[in-house]
Write a protein of this length. Sequence first.
Lengths: 49, 312
Amino acid sequence: MIAYGCLGILFLFIAIKIAVYFHRQKKAPSPEDLDETLLEIANPRGDRA
Amino acid sequence: MMTKKKPLILRPYHKTSYAYEKLRICKHCRFFTVLWEDKCANCGRQALIPVMQQARIQAKHSMQNERLIALLMTLAAVLFSQTFLQIILSLAGGFLLTGLLWWVQRKTVEPETRRQLDKLLRSSERRIIEGIYMNLTTASAAIKDDEQLGYEILREMATIVRNDRIRLQQIMLLQSFALRKDMDLTLEPLMIEDFEPALAEYIGELAKIKRELIKHQAIRYVLRYEREILEMKNGSRILALVAGAAVRMKTYVDAYPDFILRYVRQMPKDRFLRLYRLVRRHPDQPWNGLRNEVSALYNEKYRWDPEFQNWE
């Protein structure tokens, strides 16, 4: 019984992880977004030209 | 007295698709740098890697931990099994589910890596700024002893630090070098908003040795500050050179006929020849009087020149 319980928890864990991965895949930043983030950090508004 | 320009060979510049590809992090002390150094300037270790590689390591560690948790749960299920059938089911179910997780992780490793990089950049804002500041200090120290090295450092930094101060420093340094056609030179990243005589001179130099770098942005810059450039010592020569570079493509003649018209008489012969051939090939276009001026100049100076007879 406990064994099946562990398997059930494992199943839930994997299902949630897979859902999270697919959700994150849609929301993942593009290389252009990453560039913009870095440029914003390196060029604070006051210094930017 | 004219300062003698230094001949030199610049380190090749490796252009990247994205600015973050130039940023590296020390695996040991988490110091950031834009430069090409082998050792970390902060801790001295040879532990510098591109930030994307660090993000990939973090993503893979996280995924590995999840697979480990899944295997531990499988092990727990096996340990708590009371019959042989339960053991088989626990093992099969556990491995199947872990395999499924592994398969999904393989498909999503790229977006996960980008997500980790985003997280790394946002959480390391202060350290990135400290790294850039240290690189700037290195550049200032280098400029005093070795202007070429100073320029090369500033060129790398300009990929990420985008302000007129850095651009101006690069332009000033470039003006002290003897520029050649085979050098890895750029113009667009150095364009500043305000008028700067050194930039106008640099544009004039490029118009002589690397015409292909004179594009719309450069032409518009000299047009915007034409009056100020004419007040410079070689101002009209710079403008004539830019006009001469512009005639290499019909696009620029179409866009700036008035500008070219103003300096057509000061163009060197080879540039005028280029313009003459272009004008002859498009008999239906007047270009605001440029055609007439080209004809007049041809009749005055080049009518009997054999080079002008083969314009096809």
